[in-house]
Write a protein that binds this ligand. Structure first.
Ligand code: SF4
Length: 283
């Protein structure tokens, strides 16, 4: 059985010292080993951004895709080879701005892909611009007077879109993050794991200390039931989206792959679909 170290290749990450993404990579490696995967059973597909580099640092199949497009690629990989465990990853700019259309539809499609978003509430790779996750009033080069847009809530959007697995964690909490990634990998369907992963170079507001002061860990609520969608939405709103832990899981809904198996258009058997041009014109 592979150890977590075997999921690390010999490429040295070039993230800034202290970047939260180091811990996210460590958590992915640990979770993959803990659920019994071998490197050749895992594919990591990433988008563009500092966090998008992660697919190049993990010893598994990998593809560093294009901006906001990790999910279409990851879903294609999963459909082409259902034996693979597929992780998609990227930042909040990648997944919740240019890629948001894909994120919402991947959620409602419910293919068995684990989507890990490194949410630092800024664009890091392009040297610090306001992202959809930045707070109102957030000042950067792109919003020198402070952002006048409201902050996007990926957890609320995910629940509204029919998510079957929604979790949030903090890169500093390696134990919780590893456990949530394990749960996401084992979930039969799409899992969204949003991870607060501080950008120490460009975001001087949402620092490690800021997250520690503002995070609300679900462990504080022993009676919380993650199968209750209304309770999940309420708790997200009550905590202004700062909740960490397993927020919602629905094990009743089948994954896209499970529903697609055996699907046959009415009146046709899949193996019989060999239409000639003449047949096609009759349809
Ligand atoms: Fe991490 Fe920010 Fe450095 Fe990018 S710029 S590697 S997000 S600390």
């Amino acid at each position: 059985m592979a150890t977590f170290k075997e999921f690390r290749n010999n490429v040295k990450p070039n993230w800034c010292p202290g970047c939260g993404d180091f811990s996210v990579q460590a958590a992915i490696q640990r979770a993959a080993a803990n659920v019994g995967l071998e490197p050749e059973q895992l594919a990591v597909i990433s988008g563009i951004g500092c966090s998008g580099r992660i697919s190049g640092y993990i010893n598994a199949y990998g593809l560093h895709g294009i901006h906001g497009r990790s999910l279409p690629i990851a879903q294609g990989v999963k459909l082409a080879n259902r034996e693979l465990t597929v992780i998609a990853s990227g930042g909040d700019g990648d997944g919740f701005a240019i890629g948001m259309g894909h994120t919402v539809h991947a959620i409602r499609r419910n293919l068995d892909v684990t989507y890990i978003v490194m949410d630092n509430q800024i664009y890091g790779l392009t040297k610090g611009q306001t992202s959809p996750r930045s707070a109102e009033g957030f000042k950067t080069k792109s919003t020198p007077e402070g952002s006048i847009e409201s902050t996007l809530s990926p957890l609320e959007i995910a629940l509204s879109a029919g998510a079957t697995f929604v979790a949030q964690s903090f890169s500093s909490d390696l134990k919780q993050l590893t456990a949530l990634i394990e749960a996401g990998l084992q979930h039969k369907g799409f899992s969204l794991i949003n991870v607060f992963s501080p950008c120490v170079t460009f975001n001087k507001i949402n620092t490690y200390d800021w997250f520690k002061e503002n995070i609300v860990n679900l462990d504080q609520f022993p009676d919380y039931d993650p199968s209750n969608r209304i309770a999940a939405m309420t708790k997200i709103m009550e905590t202004n989206g700062m909740l960490t832990g397993l927020i919602y899981q629905n094990n009743q809904r089948k994954s896209y792959e499970d529903l697609a198996v055996g699907f046959k258009p009415e009146g046709l058997a899949n193996q019989d679909i060999k239409l000639s041009r003449a047949d096609f014109d009759k349809l």
